[in-house]
Design a protein around this ligand. Structure first.
Ligand code: F6P
Length: 325
């Protein structure tokens, strides 16, 4: 196996608070291990377009507390093509980059997996997404911060909801996963969460209304996972039509959920994962995502990490149900 002397690092897909802490950790631990670090800008796009610059420890000073990613990010469509990946590989060779650390979500790690297989390049993934939808790690970088951001917003919505005695449908991100909606519902004392994982339940709205929550409370807040067809607007419209006696409002939190200074948990998680990535490369690991399970650093093969079936625990659904009576 070729000796690794230079590590390339990039962030890809949706940005997530804590990505900078991860960039810092990878850079500093690689340099501490005698490796050269090259920063690749705008995700895979930057690899294709050769937007690459050597990093020293100073390049990552004073970034642990900053949201977003100093490397910029993109969802590269060109990297989905054989030609795009060939250009990316040619630039890696030209830049003497021996291994890649990719910080991103599902799509980004799926890209790393294909690239690693095609060109026999050691790739290490770090789970960087607010959605928490990667398998093999208890949490992803950004998830905890976003959960806290949603919690602060919903606490504020509660003030006005109570004053006006309204039902609010609050839509949150998560792509196809309900972790943000379910756990922010628990954290805010919301009356219900409507999440894709609970699709066995034919009509979650009926259940919510049927429980008579509105009768016993001044206000009701329902956290709704984003969805092209059945988002917060859909449920609000239904209540307006089917239960006109209720005063309904919608709040779609949108991209404010992705910004802000990372929480302590996300900074620590990103720091541990970043150091873990360099350690994994030194051990000769390749094509794995670094995760943390039960407080231990673990190596998760890309194929397992990106499986689209990370379950929301039934227990969490029960907890919300019991506490929202
Ligand atoms: O994957 C992170 C995420 O924020 C999802 O929760 C959301 O569906 C998506 O990205 C939004 O992407 P964009 O910023 O490209 O609109």
């Amino acid at each position: 196996m070729r000796k690794i002397k230079c590590v390339g690092i990039l962030t890809s897909g949706g940005d997530a608070p804590g990505m900078n802490a991860a960039i810092r950790a990878v850079t500093r631990s690689a340099i501490a291990s005698g490796l050269q670090v090259k920063a690749i800008y705008r995700g895979y796009e930057g690899l294709i377009n050769n937007e690459i610059k050597e990093f020293t420890t100073e390049n990552v000073s004073n970034i642990i507390q900053r949201g977003g990613t100093i490397l910029k990010t993109a969802r590269s469509t060109e990297f989905l093509t054989v030609e795009g990946r060939k250009r990316a590989y040619d630039n890696m060779v030209e830049q003497n980059i021996d291994a890649l650390v990719v910080i991103g979500g599902n799509g980004s790690l799926a890209g790393a997996r294909i690239f690693a297989e095609e060109y026999d390049v050691p790739c290490i993934g770090l789970p960087g997404t607010i959605d928490n939808d990667l398998n093999g790690t208890d949490s992803t970088i950004g998830y905890d911060t976003t959960l806290n951001t949603i919690m602060e917003c919903v606490d504020k919505i509660r003030d006005t909801a109570t004053s006006h005695e309204r039902i609010f449908f609050v839509e949150v991100m998560g792509r196809d996963a309900g972790f943000l909606a379910q756990n922010s519902a628990i954290a805010t004392g919301a009356e219900a969460a409507i999440i894709p994982e609970d699709s066995t339940n034919a009509d979650q709205l009926e259940q919510f209304i049927g429980r008579g929550i509105r009768k016993s409370k001044n206000s009701s807040i329902v956290l709704v996972s984003e969805s092209p067809k059945c988002g917060a607007m859909y449920y609000a419209e239904r209540v307006r039509k089917e239960y006109p006696e209720y005063d309904v409002r919608v709040s779609i939190l949108g991209h404010l959920q992705r910004g802000g200074s990372p929480s302590a948990n996300d900074r620590i998680l990103a720091s541990r994962l970043g150091v873990g990535a360099v350690q994994a490369l030194k051990e000769g690991q390749r094509n794995v995502m670094i995760g943390i399970r039960n407080d231990e650093v673990v190596y998760v093969p890309f194929s397992n990490a990106i499986k689209s079936n990370k379950p929301v625990k039934k227990e969490l659904i029960d907890v919300l149900g019991i506490l929202s009576i």
